[in-house]
Design a protein around this ligand. Structure first.
Ligand code: ATP
Ligand code: MG
Length: 267
């Protein structure tokens, strides 16, 4: 049964999609059957995994509306163990459409139930908002990864996110957990960066991953080539750090080594 992890922060441009794409790619590389669900109308995870969104005649939008069965919407990627349910701009319309239906918050969860057996991990890339798509992503998830950019105001707005997570727990998903807080785009030469890291560790304690993702030109170039960093430049610092993050996520979930389960899978 897959563990569903949503990648969420209503602040824009903090590294949600970069984390979703690259963490998923390493999961697949380490042998885990992995699915990325692109739940952002910007469809950055879709193009970042090399899928031309303009060439698709369906997306997660059609799946949410019940027009396409979820299993038919699962696309292959360049990595054998990595699959994608793509997004498209039409997903903007889902906000309106979903609001018409009863139990709209559970829509994604109910759909993902049909593919839980097919994967070890499902990562959901969420948009920078707290609208109905994000509510769906958080209602469907077992846990949430929160990327935080090592910048001014990084921790501002997180209290709003934590309140939202608490509300979702109370209303729709009592078991929703914080999988981890990930510090991203770190420039270790600056004092500010170290201040943000210290502050985040003080506040979120062990929930903060040991791995901190550095600012890396290679990481920002890779989506332009439709490739995760693992395929674009596996020896770059960004690749090494996302591989380390992947190991950390696996260890926290009872796996170790190159993705081999050492203890019974507790997912
Ligand atoms: P949105 O809120 O718009 O969905 P996001 O939170 O998904 O944004 P990304 O798209 O992952 O953020 O990253 C924002 C921009 O920063 C992108 O251009 C991405 O390539 C770049 N970026 C992300 N992580 C890094 C990094 N570690 N080093 C350098 N550039 C990065
Ligand atoms: Mg994004």
């Amino acid at each position: 049964m897959a563990k569903i992890i949503s990648v969420c922060n209503q602040k824009g441009g903090v590294g949600k999609t970069t984390t979703c794409v690259n963490l998923s790619a390493f999961m697949a590389h380490f042998g885990k059957k992995t699915l990325v669900v692109d739940l952002d109308p910007q469809a950055n995870a879709t193009s970042g995994l090399g899928i031309d969104k303009k060439a698709l005649n369906f997306s997660v939008y059609n799946v949410l509306l019940g027009e396409v069965p979820i299993k038919e919407a699962v696309l292959p990627t360049a990595l054998e163990n990595l699959k994608l349910i793509p997004s498209s701009l039409s997903l903007i319309g889902a906000e309106v459409e979903l609001q018409k239906s009863e139990g709209q918050q559970h829509c994604l969860k109910n759909l993902l139930n049909n593919v839980l057996q097919d994967f070890d991990f499902i990562f959901v890339d969420l948009p920078p908002s707290l609208g109905v798509l994000t509510v769906n992503g958080l209602t469907a998830a077992h846990s949430v990864i929160i990327p935080v950019q090592c910048e001014y105001y990084a921790l501002e707005g997180l209290s709003q996110l934590l309140i939202t997570i608490e509300k979702i727990k109370q209303a729709f998903n009592p078991d929703l957990a914080i999988e981890g807080v990930l510090l991203t785009m770190a420039d270790f030469r600056t004092t500010l960066c170290h201040e943000v890291i210290n502050e985040a560790r003080q506040y979120f304690k062990d929930n903060v991953y040991q791995t901190v993702i550095p600012r890396s030109v290679r990481l920002s170039e890779a989506p332009g080539f439709g490739k995760p960093i693992l395929l674009y430049d596996p020896n770059s610092n960004g690749a090494i750090k996302y591989a380390e993050l992947c190991q950390e996520v696996m260890t926290r979930n009872g796996f170790s080594g190159a993705g081999l389960p050492v203890t019974e899978n507790k997912l």
